[in-house]
Each structure stands twice: as structure tokens, then as C-alpha cells.
Design a binder for this molecule. Structure first.
Ligand SMILES: Nc1ncnc2c1ncn2[C@@H]1O[C@H](COP(=O)(O)OP(=O)(O)O)[C@@H](O)[C@H]1O
Ligand SMILES: [Mg+2]
Length: 256
């Protein structure tokens, strides 16, 4: 199963990615958890100690690997098997989770970042098409890591929203892009749902079919966010709230 997570900043993408990753891991699934958001903090949210997290180099900055893999001067697509090794070599292992940090796709500006960008694109392609493991990509509001070619390999794009007009607007924009890219299933998770009015707002904007699940506003999660290294508390606090969503995903509620 290949899952991509998007949505406006602050809605809870990273929290949800980390919680799902740990739930999969705890249930003996092997998974790749990929930080593909420029505002990267999945490593620490997963519970990788800060000193170690700092040392994990973004794949976009692996100049040597990029040079080596680009030897042929051609497209990376044809070199996908080699990129495949890179994924295992550079992943940080935590229980059954292999963590990867993508680094930023650079655009325009002074230099040409073609090499870096096509390297990252082939990383995503390799993750989505070669790997047996579950893959969860924590993306920002932008889904530019996905291309027309790789999007069909994503089983489900989950857009996280909260009861705010801005997050709903972002969700609509992402949804439109995702449909254009040909992603087979696009669903929303409503997070931090604090009361019935909040739930109503979500239901007014998305059909039952589109809503993968609701996660209540959880004060314990908010409180543990105040303390460094409190990822385990957050996980324990949110696990029960996410059980229905987790089972929905496993049952294939994700795809189609
Ligand atoms: N269900 C929830 N209840 C309360 N707080 C939450 C919930 N989900 C996430 N949060 C908090 O919201 C903040 C933003 O979450 P985060 O996962 O970093 O968002 P994003 O990755 O979308 O930017 C964090 O402080 C997190 O602890
Ligand atoms: Mg985040």
C-alpha cells in the first residue's frame, strides 16, 4: 500500500503520518516513512532522537550519489534499480520503520537543479513501484514530488483538513491537482474535530465517500506538543482515535 499525505501546514499531517507508521510497525508491517515536506519534522515526531535526526542527510543533498547515478547522462528512470539500493542504504531504521528525508525540490532561481530533481523523482518512483513495503509520504501542501508517471502508483492520497475555511480551500486545490495527475483515490481525514459544528462544516464540504475518518481534537496531544521528545505520549494518546482510520486503510478503504 502506498499512501501520500498532504494538506495545509499545521493541520496534523506529520502527527498522522507518524501515528500510522507506528501502528503499522507495531502490527509487524514493514514500512517506509518518508519526509517529503520542506518543513521537515517527521524524524523527531517518529521518536528519532534529535541528535540523530540532525545527522540524517536529505536525499536531495547526496551529491556523490547523484553524480554516480547520473553517470550515463541519461534519465534516472532507466537507473531505478540502482536508486533502489540507495533507499535501503540511507534509510534510518526504527523498529519496522525505515525513515527517509527527501529534501527540497528546487525550482528556477540561478542554477539548474535538474540532476537533483530527477534523482528525487526516481527515488519516489522507486519507492512507489519497486518496494513491497508500505510507503507513507508526508508531503506539504504541494504535491510536486508526484508526477503524472508516478501518481498512478499511489493507492491513496489523504488530504488532512481541520474545521477551517483555509484548510478546506487548500484541500480543494490539492484534490484538483491530484485528480489531474491521475491519483486513483483521494480522501480526506478531518483532524482536531472539536465539536459538532466542526464536524458539520466538514460534512458540508466533503461527501461521506470522500471522508476516510474523523480524529477528535485531543488535548493530550496538544499538551505533549509542549514538551520535547514527547512523541511516545502523542502516539499513545492518538492511537485509539485513529483505529478506525487504520482499519479502513487496511481493508482497502483507501483504494478506489
Ligand atoms: N488531533 C489532534 N488534537 C490536538 N492537537 C493535534 C492533533 N493533531 C495534531 N495536533 C497538533 O497540531 C500541531 C501541528 O501538527 P503537525 O502534525 O506538525 O501538522 P503538519 O505536519 O500538518 O504541519 C502539533 O502541535 C500537533 O501536536
Ligand atoms: Mg509536518
Amino acid at each position: 500500500m502506498k499512501i501520500a499525505i498532504s494538506g495545509k501546514g499545521g493541520v496534523g499531517k506529520t502527527t498522522i503520518t507518524a501515528t500510522l507508521s507506528k501502528m503499522f510497525s507495531e502490527n509487524d508491517y514493514n514500512i517506509f516513512a518518508v519526509d517529503a515536506d520542506p518543513d521537515a519534522n517527521l524524524a523527531t515526531t517518529l521518536g528519532i532522537p534529535e541528535e540523530e535526526a540532525e545527522k540524517i542527510k536529505p536525499l536531495a543533498e547526496l551529491e556523490d550519489v547523484i553524480e554516480e547515478k547520473n553517470d550515463g547522462g541519461g534519465a534516472f528512470i532507466s537507473l531505478t534499480p540502482k536508486v533502489d539500493d540507495t533507499l535501503d542504504d540511507y534509510a534510518y531504521n526504527l523498529d519496522n520503520i525505515k525513515f527517509l528525508r527527501m529534501g527540497e525540490i528546487k525550482q528556477g532561481g540561478a542554477g539548474c537543479y535538474c540532476k537533483e530533481n530527477s534523482f528525487l523523482r526516481s527515488i519516489v518512483e522507486s519507492l512507489l513501484t519497486d518496494k513491497e513495503e508500505i510507503v507513507i509520504l508526508d508531503m506539504g501542501a504541494g504535491i510536486e514530488h508526484l508526477s503524472r508517471g508516478t501518481s498512478r502508483a499511489v493507492d491513496i492520497l489523504i488530504i488532512v483538513i481541520e474545521a477551517s475555511q483555509v484548510s478546506i480551500e487548500t484541500a480543494q486545490t490539492v484534490k484538483k491537482m491530484a485528480v489531474e495527475l491521475g491519483i486513483p483515490a483521494v480522501k480526506v481525514i478531518a483532524n482536531k474535530v472539536f465539536d459538532e459544528d466542526a464536524e458539520e462544516l466538514i460534512k458540508d464540504n466533503f461527501s461521506d465517500e470522500e471522508i476516510l475518518g474523523f480524529i477528535p481534537f485531543n488535548k493530550e496531544v496538544m499538551m505533549s506538543a509542549m514538551t520535547k521528545g514527547s512523541n511516545e505520549q502523542t502516539y499513545q494518546a492518538l492511537k485509539a482515535d485513529m483505529e478506525v482510520i487504520y482499519n479502513n486503510l487496511l481493508r482497502g478503504g483507501g483504494s478506489k
